[in-house]
Ligand binder design. Structure first.
Ligand SMILES: *[C@@H]1O[C@H](CO)[C@@H](O)[C@H](O)[C@H]1NC(C)=O
Ligand SMILES: *[C@@H]1O[C@H](CO)[C@@H](O)[C@H](O)[C@H]1NC(C)=O
Ligand SMILES: *[C@@H]1O[C@H](CO)[C@@H](O)[C@H](O)[C@H]1NC(C)=O
Ligand SMILES: *[C@@H]1O[C@H](CO)[C@@H](O)[C@H](O)[C@H]1NC(C)=O
Length: 147
């Protein structure tokens, strides 16, 4: 006769917690659908907005395909640029933020440490703002090619 499976209560609740955490992980993956930014990059953009004091990014829309996240190119307004670009051609079909151009915003916040949370970021341009603070130490680990 087989011995009945018997775990101490603490082990059982530990297993339940593990299952719960695993299903939450699966949920995260499902949420990063093709054509969309993964949740953690959206969250990073929110933090960057707070750190910069930038209030006009609209998080009700998809930053990767909504025109409000990009100023059209114009010669007369070359001193102003309000653009976040994604690359949606990664093999996983998910989008990633690859550059952020915020020129001429009069932003007076701090240099955003949360840029490090955008692992695919290649270029930024924050010219003509009043950002203060040192280059955040976290930036040492980014893939930034153009500052
Ligand atoms: C954000 O985008 C939504 C959907 O297009 C729009 O209804 C809303 O007015 C926008 N919010 C702002 C602050 O522009
Ligand atoms: C932008 O992406 C969202 C979510 O993936 C989608 O629902 C929407 O139709 C897209 N809009 C455009 C203009 O492509
Ligand atoms: C914004 O700045 C980037 C980099 O400096 C540039 O490539 C892009 O054309 C600019 N866009 C506008 C609308 O000025
Ligand atoms: C987007 O990412 C893909 C995959 O890494 C790369 O092949 C492609 O050149 C990128 N597109 C741009 C415009 O950088």
């Amino acid at each position: 006769m087989a011995t009945p499976l018997c775990f101490p209560k603490t082990t059982l609740s530990f297993i339940m917690l593990l299952v719960l955490l695993m299903s939450m992980g699966a949920n995260r993956v499902v949420k990063a659908q093709a054509g969309r930014l993964p949740d953690d990059e959206v969250e990073a953009l929110r933090e960057i907005a707070t750190q910069l004091g930038k209030k006009d990014w609209n998080f009700s829309v998809n930053p990767c395909n909504d025109s409000s996240w990009r100023t059209p190119y114009s010669n007369e307004r070359s001193l102003y640029n309000n653009t976040v670009n994604c690359n949606c051609s990664y093999p996983d079909g998910v989008c990633h933020v690859v550059n952020i151009f915020l020129k001429g915003h009069d932003l007076a916040g701090t240099l955003p440490p949360s840029l490090v949370k955008l692992p695919y970021l290649k270029a930024i341009d924050f010219n003509r703002n009043y950002l203060s603070g040192a280059i955040p130490r976290e930036w040492a680990s980014t893939k930034l090619e153009n500052l």
